[in-house]
Design a protein around this ligand. Structure first.
Ligand code: S3P
Length: 171
């Protein structure tokens, strides 16, 4: 069994919410990579993208993943783009059981459409943007994980947490 659990998945798949519950239930610490970035930069993710660009954000993300994955007994909620950098997955896998929250597109769309804090979804046609990005990333999520759990609009969070917990303990 690995020391940590890392949650990956598209924006809106529930990484932070599931992560908090999972950490509580396993008596582990909870870390949210985006929140760490906001704390360090003292700026919102949106402002970082706007003022310094995506590349700068990705560098911060990479540095924090590298630092946090050295810690132990933690559940890590990553940002949806963590899988685009191979180095991140390599680092996470050294110490973490990587779980993919495989949320379907309809569910993602319904969860993110009213929210304005995700710079990559700040577009005219959010549904199309999600679909295109999801297509580009889905294989990366699949090949990066040790375990995946299906999520749709009717999924109960406690079932998700319990599935992850069981599979982690048996790993
Ligand atoms: C991103 C996802 C976001 C955040 C940033 C970029 C992405 O995190 O890291 O806006 O590239 O998918 P969430 O997945 O928590 O929304």
């Amino acid at each position: 069994m690995k020391e940590n659990i890392a949650l990956i998945g598209f924006m809106g798949s529930g990484k932070s919410t599931v992560g908090k519950h999972l950490a509580r239930s396993l008596e582990m610490k909870f870390i949210d990579i985006d929140k760490e970035i906001v704390k360090i930069e003292k700026k919102s993710i949106e402002s970082i993208f706007k003022l310094k660009g995506e590349e700068y954000f990705r560098k911060l993300e990479r540095n924090i993943i590298e630092t946090e994955s050295k810690d132990n007994n933690i559940v890590i909620a990553t940002g949806g783009g963590v899988i685009i950098d191979n180095h991140n997955i390599k680092k996470l896998k050294e110490t973490s059981y990587v779980v993919y929250l495989k949320c379907d597109i309809e569910c993602i769309y319904n969860r993110v459409k009213g929210r304005k804090h995700r710079p990559l979804l700040n577009t005219e046609n959010i549904y199309e943007t999600i679909k295109n990005l999801y297509e580009k990333r889905k294989l990366l999520y699949e090949i990066s994980c040790d375990f995946s759990v299906d999520i749709n609009s009717t999924t109960n969070i406690y079932d998700t947490v319990s599935k992850i917990k069981q599979n982690y303990i048996l790993s």
